[in-house]
Write a protein that binds this ligand. Structure first.
Ligand code: SIN
Length: 525
């Protein structure tokens, strides 16, 4: 039996990154009572806290930012969605980040904002706080929503299922009771972030298990563009060890960390194992080429020459980027050459939404990385993710409040807690298998035969996971269920798209045979 105790909220927000906070704030400003649920226990359980480079503005020139977004996406971004982004960018940043939260963005000696530039941006237009912008935004934002009279923030609480009936969503079932705790809401906004936990190396926190995407897809929401998984070109190469996590029970060693694109934007260069710069051979914009191009070039040069380093000697590295410099020191990296490798970073696709974050299901919204607004197309421009989360979070929160929908108490999904005999390391071992499959077959390059193999492995895995999820209300099992649902959706999207675009790079086997063993030529003009 489902727990009969239940709660209601006008607007229910699931997730506590910038998009969730913005949605909660906007709905509360409109007079709604908001419940913000998050499985996070600390700010750095949300990807926003990990964001380094900054948040793009238009600096009064929306057309120029629009052109860069479209160009980085290889022409695949939706121009109407990009218009929404660029037309609302500066107001949203000024209202929430500058006036309300008073984020201490870096300034020049003249007291003006010190705008930086990243790859594929034609202008210096990115606001930042050294290269730790996400945590400088998120922590005050969380404190602000937590203090708000109309917002209750509940941490360490996972939504396990949506309560849906005939195409309309009425809230979620949480893990606050062994048989599931229903929370009914007039409107529900998913802001659950990305999918980094599906890969061995990611710049996301380990809780990025695709929860919102899986729950929405299982409830029948439309999802799109899931093959477009963005890899950041310059994460610390580390020891290439698999991610450690509480899920796997291994020591939580996070060997990798991001080396922000802002470093290249300000002059850092990439060198291969022979000490040569190589990016000009791949793209006229060299180190500032679109992210997918740089990521594949770095992977190819690592394979061909043994390693790639980011040479930060042209920068005032220690004083301008103290957070990243400290991470380097902690790992014993000496000198100005930091070994780098591509690493999963951001999902460009997700739950399909319109210009206000409305999904294909009534009363369900999605914002931030779990949503597919159309802004990123096949490849996201740097420093647009915080901006997209902020803009769409505000718009969705406002729209959700305006619906003035009353929570309806339909029957909630029944969760069970009946089988105590779950093998102890079940979730950890299945997660390891899932990540290996994603790393091997659904990484930077996709070979159609390998994608088919991945689909078969993932289907089997999901079958095994489903059998246990039906018997036990455990957060790690639901996270595994969510990860396996999203992994399968990625595999399906990759198999259905035969065209190489942006982050989805299809290896043509015939071409591979003729060009091997010179993989470094894969991207060369
Ligand atoms: C970075 O700092 O390189 C990441 C910025 C982003 O992903 O938008």
């Amino acid at each position: 039996m489902t727990d009969t105790t239940h709660e209601t909220a006008d607007v229910l927000v699931v997730g506590s990154g910038i998009a969730g906070c913005a949605a909660a704030l906007a709905a509360a400003r409109e007079g709604s009572d908001v419940l913000l649920l998050t499985k996070a226990e600390r700010p750095d359980d949300a990807s926003t806290d990990w964001a380094q480079g900054g948040i793009s503005t238009t600096r009064g020139d929306p057309e120029s930012l629009k052109e860069d977004v479209l160009e980085a996406s290889d022409g695949t971004a939706d121009p109407a969605a990009v218009d929404v982004l660029v037309e609302n960018a500066d107001d949203a940043v000024e209202d929430v980040l500058v006036d309300t939260l008073e984020i201490p963005f870096d300034e020049t000696d003249d007291g003006e904002f010190d705008y930086t530039r990243e790859a594929a941006h034609s202008e210096h237009r990115i606001l930042h706080v050294d290269a730790a912008t996400g945590s400088h935004i998120l922590r005050p934002f969380l404190a602000h929503v937590d203090d708000h009279d109309r917002i209750e923030v509940r941490q360490d609480t996972a939504a396990l299922e949506l309560i849906a009936d005939e195409g309309r969503v009425h809230g979620v079932v949480t893990d606050e009771s062994a048989t599931g705790h229903p929370i009914y809401a007039g409107t529900t906004i998913l802001a659950t972030g990305g999918i980094g936990a599906l890969y061995g190396r990611s710049t996301n926190p380990e809780g990025a298990t695709g929860d919102g995407i899986a729950m929405a897809a299982l409830a029948g929401a439309t999802v799109d563009d899931l093959e477009y998984v963005q890899f950041h070109p310059t994460a610390y190469a580390g020891s290439e060890a698999q991610r450690g996590s509480k899920r796997s029970g291994e020591a939580a060693e996070r060997d990798t960390f991001l080396l922000s694109e802002a470093l290249r934007g300000e002059g850092a260069v990439l060198l291969n194992g022979n000490g040569e710069r190589f990016m000009e051979d791949y793209h006229p914009d060299a180190e500032l080429a679109p992210r997918d191009v740089v990521a594949r070039a770095v992977a190819a040069e690592r394979e061909a020459t043994g390693e790639v380093v980011l040479d930060v000697s042209p920068l005032e590295f220690e004083s301008e980027y103290p957070g990243i410099a400290e991470k380097c020191r902690d790992r014993g990296i000496e000198g100005s050459e930091i070994p780098v490798a591509p690493c999963e970073h951001f999902l460009c696709g997700g739950i399909d939404v319109d210009d206000r974050g409305r999904t294909s299901l009534e009363r369900l919204y999605a914002v931030g990385e779990c949503a597919r607004t159309g802004v990123h197309g096949a490849n996201r421009l740097a420093s647009t993710s915080l901006l997209e989360g902020l803009v769409w979070g505000l718009r969705a929160g406002e729209d959700a409040a305006a619906t003035d929908a009353t929570p309806e108490r339909v029957e909630a999904p029944e969760l069970r807690d009946s089988d105590p005999d779950l093998p102890e390391r079940f979730a950890a071992e299945k997660f390891t298998r899932l990540r290996r499959t994603m790393d091997e077959y659904l990484g930077l390059e996709r070979d159609p035969d390998e994608v088919a193999r991945a689909s078969a492995v993932l289907r089997r895995l999901k079958g095994e996971v489903d059998a246990y999820v039906r018997t036990r209300t455990a957060r790690d099992l639901y996270e595994l269920r969510n990860a396996s649902v999203v992994a399968l959706l990625i595999a399906r999207a990759a198999s259905e798209n035969e065209e190489s675009t942006g982050c989805h790079y299809v290896v043509d086997e015939a071409e591979e045979e003729t060009t091997d063993p010179e993989p470094a030529t894969a991207d060369r003009p």
